[in-house]
Ligand binder design. Structure first.
Ligand code: ACM
Length: 679
């Protein structure tokens, strides 16, 4: 069957109707005739690629293919006659991925044969991921509609930052997230390895760092090498971050002499900005950091090395006679000047060890060494400022996953948009891309995947696909598919939800809790949920932790509601869908309350459950009016509107997303009831 009648280049609107659910969307995708069958005989030839990583990549690819289709038997590797997919790499081996690497690929899938060509290893890896995303069950089994794709990224730096300090994330968590990153073509793993709450990398030169700074949870050097190799095999660069001179409390139990005020120090348990900061006035600080960075430089082959540099409040420096005298002697006025001096010293150390400095946007002060890369987080303006001043930069403002904002929000943030839109081409070219940030105040190893995925895939698309690809509805349609596919990579963002709800329900069936959960969304840090009340010891086992940030089920209800409003008379299937959903909500409270009785973790949800029942009942009644065309009593509409406004306010750090479709219908009903002629 001819799936596409037109080239789909950049035509997001058209793509929605016809394109396969690729994420990120490729630059150019043209339909061809027929389909390519995926069956037991499928074989890959990588003879045309000399890179040693290709064989392993093909083995992983075949194993994913098996999981995704349920067809066994490919794990043995499959060279020889009757090849179905041929890989061709123009250039030879690349030892490690680099920022400058050519990531483009060409994928031609015809009924008899598929060809994946790339200049470099990165392109082969990306093309294999695209291939996996194209596979669909069809009338005769798994298949790919014939298609020709040409693809390359818009930005070379497409990252995910993971904070493993505030809550510990073991190697398995890191590795499965690297697999998921590769699946959506993210290519930088920014590993936030130290902060006030934990020092997570083994130092052999300074072992008290991990011995006294990590509660025993740190990555050994062997594990670090393994993760770096794991990432490299998947085309992902690893950029370590050791956040200095602030956010350093966990360094000080072992080495209090590094601090600007005498100890003793303990690992941070709360969150926020701490006063502790390294002493910039002592030569010994730089001697220590020189040796430490030299040691870490051996573990991390990527030339970029992140020094943090954020949120230095200057309190310890202001209170230290020694630091103040030092500042005076060196003509350093104020915290920023002292920090810039510190940065200059660190940059020289990094240079000596072959590293390029990257820091959070606070490091953008006067006299910042040329070549430093700025990571903009406090607003997009710092990125534009940096680019104007000749610095390269990446965007993270707008990509904070811990805020648990909808994918739509992140998708709307463009690294070259906002204040960066006025840059000239040379300045704009200094914007290297961006990074999604997963800070871990309110997440742990159990919930981290569900906070990263699937929303990070929307950010991945923003950083990969052409700028013109901006249709959020189309993005959501593909994101839901991508979310399901991502589970085959090993991340557990969907799988974790059920068991967490079961745990909350105890020995009651969790069904009523599931109905409530499907109607709710979790609030994130800085978005209604306050990290300041939490410590690293707070259990993350409540409803808010079990919920995803966006409810697919509510989104489906909203779409049905929007369709009902757009068509007269309303489509019977949409009406039936809404009636069923509203009915389920209306009836759920009666089943939920007994489950919540005498359950400390569920008690806080009892008002939410009552409100869900109210919404269900209101929704049913609104539907009745809209279907019959009768006007609703004004005072009833006013009362329900007030209820919706009340229900929109979060309870128990959870928002009852179910209010949105009901409000949408109610607003339309109010309009129609005011204008009787317009029914
Ligand atoms: C940051 O969020 N403090 C970089």
């Amino acid at each position: 069957m001819l799936r596409f009648l037109l080239p789909l280049t950049l035509l997001a609107g058209l793509a929605r109707a016809a394109s396969p659910s690729l994420m990120p969307l490729p630059v150019k995708m043209d339909a061809a005739a027929g389909k390519f069958a995926i069956d037991q005989n499928f074989k890959v030839s990588s003879a045309g690629c000399s890179d040693a990583r290709v064989a392993a990549a093909v083995a992983r690819f075949l194993s994913r293919l098996s999981r995704q289709t349920g067809i066994p038997g490919w794990n043995r590797g499959a060279e020889g006659a009757g090849v179905s997919l041929t890989l061709v790499c123009a250039a030879g081996e690349t030892p490690s991925p680099t920022l400058e690497e050519d990531e483009s690929y060409r994928l031609a899938i015809d009924p008899a044969h598929a060809l994946l060509e790339a200049g470099r290893m990165a392109g082969i890896l990306h093309g294999l991921e695209t291939f996996l995303q194209l596979i669909q069950p069809g009338p005769e089994g798994f298949q790919i509609p014939a298609v020709h794709i040409q693809d390359r990224p818009r930005f070379p730096w497409r990252g995910l930052m993971l904070d493993v300090s505030r809550h510990w994330m073991p190697v398995e968590v890191v590795e499965r997230n690297l697999d998921a990153m590769a699946a959506v073509k993210l290519n930088v793993f920014h590993w936030h390895l130290s902060d006030d709450q934990g020092f997570r990398a083994e130092s052999k030169l300074f072992p008290r760092l991990q011995q006294l700074g990590s509660d025993g949870n740190f990555f050994t050097q062997e594990e670090i090498r393994r993760v770096v190799a794991y990432a490299r095999d998947r085309g992902i660069r690893v950029v370590p971050e050791f956040d200095i001179p602030g956010h350093t409390t966990s360094w000080f139990p072992g080495y209090p002499e590094l601090a600007s005020a005498p100890g003793p120090y303990e690992i941070g348990r709360h969150f926020g900005v701490f006063d502790a900061a390294m002493d910039p006035s002592r030569e010994a600080t730089y001697t220590f950091l020189d040796a430490f960075i030299g040691e870490m430089a051996q573990l991390f082959p990527d030339p970029y090395f992140h020094i943090g540099g954020d949120e230095v409040n200057g309190k310890q420096w202001n209170q230290s006679v020694r630091v103040q005298e030092f500042a005076h002697e060196h003509g350093l006025e104020g915290t920023l000047a002292i920090q810039t001096y510190f940065n200059q010293r660190i940059q020289k150390i990094l240079l000596k060890h072959g590293k390029i400095m990257i820091g959070w946007d606070e490091v953008l002060g006067p006299d910042l060494p040329a070549g430093t890369v700025i990571q903009s987080w406090r607003g997009q303006k710092s990125l534009a400022d940096a680019a104007r001043q000749g610095y390269r930069g990446i965007l993270s403002s707008g990509y904070y996953l811990d805020h648990l904002k909808p994918a739509r929000y992140h998708y709307g943030v463009d690294p070259q948009g906002g204040p960066a839109a006025d840059l000239d081409p040379a300045q704009a070219s200094r914007i290297l891309g961006g990074e999604a940030c997963m800070w871990s105040e309110l997440i742990d190893a159990e919930t981290v995947d569900s906070r990263i995925w699937p929303r990070a895939a929307a950010i991945a698309e923003r950083l990969w696909s052409p700028r013109e690809v901006t249709d959020a509805e189309d993005m959501y349609a593909r994101l839901e598919v991508a979310s399901r596919l991502l589970e085959w990579t090993g991340v557990e963002h969907r799988a974790v939800h059920g068991p967490m709800l079961d745990r909350l329900a105890g020995n009651h069936p969790a069904e009523a809790l599931r109905v409530l959960a499907d109607a709710c969304e979790a609030l994130g840090l800085g978005n209604g949920r306050r990290g300041g009340n939490y410590t690293t010891q707070t259990p993350l086992n409540r409803m808010v932790d079990a919920l995803p940030p966006e409810s697919e089920s509510v989104r489906a209800t909203e779409r049905a509601a929007a369709r009902i409003l757009a068509s007269r008379p309303p489509g019977p299937l949409d009406v039936a869908q809404l009636r069923q959903q509203f009915g389920r909500w209306a009836a759920n409270d009666e089943r939920f309350q007994p489950v919540a009785a005498e359950n400390a973790l569920l008690a806080e949800l009892r008002p939410l459950s009552k409100d869900l029942a109210l919404l269900g009942a209101a929704g049913l009644r609104v539907l009745g009016y809209l279907e019959s065309g009768q006007a609703a009593p004004e005072d009833w509409i006013a009362g329900q509107t007030r209820e919706c406004a009340r229900i929109e306010r979060p309870t128990a750090e959870v928002s009852l997303a179910a209010v949105r479709p009901v409000k949408l219908l109610l607003e339309e009903l109010a309009r129609r009831s005011r204008k009787p002629g317009n029914r």
